[in-house]
Design a protein around this ligand. Structure first.
Ligand code: NAP
Ligand code: HSE
Length: 428
């Protein structure tokens, strides 16, 4: 039997579940893989915490460095989260020649380029299948299976909390705050859910998807992001009437001006496969000339699905340790131009509260026209002295759409730009 010693940084939702799986499924994993995977040492903040894990108490330590230094630890699993102290610890492990498996999207998005270079220098693996999409296999397909495809777009629902909130608001009429509280109770949301609802969690995942999908490193600072905090029941209803579902999407594209990645709420046509993704489920929709479209969907968060992805990486890294060869990175990043967000073609749904007077529509149409933005459709509802206008534009560069919105906002007849949400996956 080939024994591999595992050190963990973290034994929370993901780490604790991984330890349970490594103990309860030990024989089944050994039978299937020929590997005897043994937990050797585990760093946590509070070793006295009750964890219901079947490993000796003496394995727990608050000294994370001692996990890396332990000669019986052949590979490190980082599931503590955050950039500090996880980043320096992962780097030290790689420099010490120990492969690392991590579920930490924030760390990979922020420092992945340097960590992958450190792994290459030491000839060991740095694997992060669980960092995007939880239990959905997406990192390996993008960096290995699809390495020969010239992908054009990788677009997905990559945050379970926000998809759960939007689904509850859409299907049950639940208020935003109540849906968020429910997501927290169910354990999808981060302890501080700001990163979920504000779009930062999805932006880290978008940066990783863009980097792997297009083979050029896309730093986190190149991913503009907006969350779902401004989405109202009113727009969910109007969007539905117009034939759209509102989703928070991570969108990575190879545009005429270079690679672009962004995260924001969008109106998606009801018929788009991502519109049907409900609750905390994640899904990634991939487009390329040869494969046409692929959809990867499944549980994007939670201890069990995420631990399955981590365990797959552990088995992969263990096999490489036993093979004894220098490990080359799964993917290399070539320099390539990144598109300025202002140049990316977008189209918009705009809800305006306007004076219900002659000439108002003409003024608004003219403001869009002067900014070079063509209007695709207009729908109007009278609301007493005012009218609500719903405008959907044609595709135009993001900067021109922003200019149009600013010009419309300046008009005296426009009492409020009540909502402005991009529309995705429609022609022109
Ligand atoms: P968690 O439940 O908060 O667990 C974190 C663990 O790390 C705890 O055991 C904690 O110790 C330990 N820890 C934190 N800071 C430490 C420090 N400075 N020194 C030593 N130990 C420390 O987090 P999680 O949900 O398992 O997430 C872990 C990672 O997986 C994160 O990067 C997260 O983004 C990623 N991820 C999570 C999910 C999910 O569904 N949860 C899905 C995909 C990816 P104590 O137990 O003593 O507090
Ligand atoms: N808070 C994250 C989510 C966990 O809701 O998707 C998985 O990364």
């Amino acid at each position: 039997m080939n024994t591999i010693g595992i050190g963990l940084l973290g034994a929370g939702t993901v780490g604790g579940t991984l330890i349970k799986r490594l103990t309860t499924d030990h024989a089944a994993i050994a039978a299937k893989t020929g590997l005897d995977l043994q937990v050797r040492r585990v760093a946590v903040r509070d070793p006295g915490k009750s964890r219901n894990l079947d490993i000796p108490e003496g394995m727990f330590t608050t000294d994370a460095q001692s996990v890396i230094d332990d000669p019986e630890v052949d590979l490190l699993v980082e599931v503590m989260g955050g950039q500090e102290p996880a980043g320096p610890l992962v780097l030290r492990a790689l420099e010490a020649g120990k492969p690392v498996v991590t579920a930490n999207k924030e760390l990979i998005a922020a420092r992945g380029y340097d960590l992958i270079a450190a792994a290459e220098k030491s000839g060991v693996a740095l694997l992060f299948e669980a960092a995007v999409g939880g239990g959905i296999p997406i990192i390996r397909p993008l960096s290995e299976t699809l390495a020969g495809e010239r992908l054009t777009r990788v677009m997905g629902i990559v945050n379970g909390t926000t998809n759960f909130i939007l689904s509850q608001m859409t299907e049950e009429g639940t208020a935003y705050e109540d849906a968020l509280a429910e997501a927290q109770e169910l354990g999808f949301a981060e302890p501080d859910p700001t990163a979920d609802v504000g779009g930062a969690d999805a932006a880290a995942k978008a940066a990783i998807l863009a980097s792997l999908g297009f083979g050029t490193w896309v730093g986190l600072d190149r991913v503009p992001h907006t969350g779902i905090t401004e989405i109202t029941a009113t727009d969910i209803r109007y969007a539905d009437d117009l034939g759209y579902t509102i989703k928070l999407l991570a969108i990575a594209e190879d545009t005429d001006n270079g690679v672009s990645a962004r995260v924001h709420p969008v109106l998606l046509p009801h018929a788009h496969p991502l519109s049907a993704i409900r609750g905390a489920t994640n899904a990634i929709f991939i487009e390329g000339p040869a494969i046409d479209t692929l959809l990867f969907a499944g549980p994007g968060a939670g201890g069990d699905p995420t631990a399955t992805a981590v365990l797959g990486d552990v088995i992969d890294a263990a096999r490489e340790i036993l093979a004894g060869a220098q490990v080359a990175p799964r993917i290399r990043f070539a320099p390539s131009s990144l598109a300025d967000f202002g140049s990316v073609p977008t189209k918009w749904y705009v809800r305006l509260e306007v004076a219900d007077l002659p000439g108002v529509l003409a003024q608004i149409a003219s403001a869009f026209g002067e900014a070079n933005v063509s209007i695709k459709s207009v729908w109007q509802e009278e609301t007493g002295e005012e009218a609500t206008l719903l405008i959907v534009t044609h595709l135009a560069p993001e900067s021109e759409q922003q200019n149009a919105l600013a010009a419309v906002n300046e008009l005296d007849c426009v009492h409020a730009v009540a909502a402005a949400i991009r529309v995705e996956s429609e022609e022109a």
